[in-house]
Design a protein around this ligand. Structure first.
Ligand code: DGT
Ligand code: CA
Ligand code: ZN
Length: 572
């Protein structure tokens, strides 16, 4: 039993009660209970099991008993009875944006909609039009959302798999028969989402390693199990494949299963023109070519084929092989190059930590500076700051800075780009800040030309230091808004506006596919975590992976500059 399970059971009860049309106060009690459990400062599972929660604010007697039952028996009869009243597939409907419990209830009762596939049927026929609240526009939106959901089925964002990848790698490397192990595939290439994770191990005892793998503590269920290959599901339904290979095969297997497929195909044809076949096990001479020397690493494989070593992030057959041949590969930015970062929130807007806590967390990470950029007033849903609160935050930052040695907070704002491209604050306010991030947070359905004009107008304001999350996408959740990215890049180059690489794993925006071009145009990048609490600063890790995938070097990334040099770039 974990805290997450307690929370999700309470949340599910609230949903089910809403579907049944129960008393709103009762429903609210479960929602509040879920929040209390989520933020409970101690070991909530232990306290619930020992029935120590009497008197906890937000947890009444009935809820306390239910938590006790859950924590001690692992299930809750009340919850199971409720669940049994509805088909299990009904929960899928809550994944469709715009469908809350009221609409799901109406669909279920009037049309028997109890799954996404049934929802599609009633939307494609005219049945749904009989229901209030399902006009032509909203039906189109639902169908789009269903298509989006299918397109992204069984893909995962990096943060959803990062923990289990590390756990499995540690597990494999600790096995006595394993000499080398790596997570290959799209994970190693730092793709923004992955379908499954492909592990490769070098071992003299393949059977022992695959046997250990399928018994690992991370296994939910075993899909297939063989001598040299095994597949499992881990939590959340993520599939993990293991291939156990010999020392001779290891560099070739690691290379092949790292991909991409397109990179592999180009490498294989390069090998062929030099008289070798290349596959997942070996490089072998065809006909009369001299035998391949003993190749033990990927580095040696690339060298043998006349190439500089190509970092996994670059292996997309997007010019990396040509660059490797010409000795023109970039020296990619690395985590240890970062000296500071911008675009972070505090509890003044929708963050959780104070200025001081954020500053301390940044110092602990070894950063020399941290940019604060709370929301501006038009983002009222995020508790955006009005000018007076912003200016008092600026004073508080100055005061804190007086107490730091060799560390600085930069006072900024994540200022909304309004519908017409104006900014949420006047120039006389922006002038008083060290820097400013400008971002779109509303009216995201504008036509492309209008959105492009809006953003270009905003970045043309000399007070705008950088453009925040340039496409507004939320990976696996929300498509980017329509915007002409090359035109935005050109405008940022012309106005010396930095573009953010938002490192929040939900965003990873601007997309890696644009960065090489942006850098060639002379646009600088800022890798920003968009942290809403101290832990959020760790998102920098994902940002660096994507920056590398976008061919960026430390020279392209402004937050590689130390304190003392960064001020001039942002105009602080
Ligand atoms: P994913 O799992 O969809 O996020 O993406 P990948 O790249 O991890 O793809 P996956 O797991 O299907 O296969 C791992 C690697 O194996 C892939 O990146 C390249 C290699 N591979 C798979 N199928 C083929 C193929 O048909 N031809 C070649 N040349 N390589 C392949
Ligand atoms: Ca994969
Ligand atoms: Zn934002």
């Amino acid at each position: 039993m974990t805290r997450e399970t307690l929370v999700s059971v309470l949340e599910e009860i609230a949903l089910l009660l809403e579907l049944k049309g129960e008393n709103p106060f009762k429903i609210r009690a479960y929602r509040t209970g879920a929040e209390v459990v989520e933020s409970f400062p101690g070991d909530i599972v232990k306290e619930a099991a020992e029935n120590n929660l009497a008197g906890t604010k937000g947890i009444g007697d009935a809820l306390r008993q239910k938590l006790h039952e859950l924590a001690t028996t692992g299930k809750l009869v009340f919850h199971e009875r409720l669940r049994a009243e509805f088909p299990a597939t009904i929960f899928e409907l809550f994944d469709i944006p715009g469908l809350g419990p009221k609409k799901v209830k109406a669909l279920y009762e009037a049309l028997g909609v109890d799954s996404v596939s049934r929802l599609r049927e009633v939307c494609e026929s005219s049945e749904v039009a009989e229901l209030a609240g399902f006009g032509k526009k909203s039906v189109e939106k639902i169908l789009e959302a269903i298509a989006f959901r299918e397109k992204n089925a069984s893909r995962f964002r990096q943060e959803e798999v990062a923990g289990v990848v590390e756990q499995i790698l540690d597990f494999l490397k600790a096995h006595p028969a394993v000499s080398r192990a790596e997570a290959a595939g799209s994970w190693r290439r730092a793709k923004e989402t992955v379908h499954d994770v492909d592990f490769i191990t070098e071992t003299g005892d393949t059977a022992a390693v695959t046997a250990a793998f399928v018994e690992g503590p991370f296994v939910e269920n075993v899909i297939v199990r063989g001598e040299t290959k095994a597949s499992i599901h881990v939590a959340k339904g993520v599939q993990c494949d293991l291939r156990a290979v010999s020392a001779e095969e290891y560099p070739f297997a690691l290379h092949y299963f790292t991909g991409s497929k397109e990179h592999n195909i180009a490498m294989r044809s390069r090998a062929l023109t030099r008289g070798y076949t290349l596959n997942e096990y070996r490089l072998a001479p065809t006909g009369g070519a001299p035998g391949a020397e003993k190749i033990q690493t990927e580095q040696e494989l690339y060298r043998f084929l006349g190439l500089d070593y190509i970092e996994p992030e670059l292996r997309e057959n997007a010019g990396e092989i040509e660059a490797a041949e010409a000795g023109d590969l970039p020296r990619l930015v690395a985590m240890e190059n970062l000296r500071g970062t911008f675009h972070n929130h505090t509890n003044a807007s929708d963050g959780k930590a104070t200025l001081k806590e954020m500053a301390e967390a940044a110092q602990e990470l070894g950063l020399q500076y941290l940019g604060i950029a709370d929301h501006s007033k038009s983002s009222f849903q995020a508790n955006g700051l009005h000018a007076d609160r912003l200016l008092s935050q600026v004073r508080e930052i100055q005061h804190l800075n007086d107490g730091f040695e060799e560390f600085r907070l930069f006072a900024g704002s994540e200022v909304d780009i309004l519908k017409d491209g104006d900014l949420d604050f006047d120039d006389e306010i922006l002038e008083q800040l060290d820097y400013c991030v400008a971002s779109v947070h509303n009216a995201m359905t504008q036509p492309e030309a209008k959105m492009t004009e809006r953003i270009i107008k905003a970045v043309s304001n000399p007070h705008v230091t950088m453009l925040g999350h340039p496409t507004g996408r939320l990976l696996l959740r929300r498509e980017p808004y329509a915007v002409d990215i090359p035109a935005v890049i050109e405008a940022c180059a012309a106005t010396a506006t930095v573009i953010e690489l938002n490192a929040n794993p939900w965003r990873l925006d601007l997309d890696w596919r644009w960065w090489k071009h942006a850098a060639e145009m002379g646009v600088k990048c800022a890798i920003n975590p968009d942290a809403h609490d101290a832990e959020g600063l760790a998102f920098l890790y994902y940002g660096v992976r994507i920056a590398r995938k976008g061919w960026l070097t430390r020279k392209d990334v402004i937050n590689c500059l130390p304190l003392g040099e960064i001020e001039a770039v942002i105009g602080a």
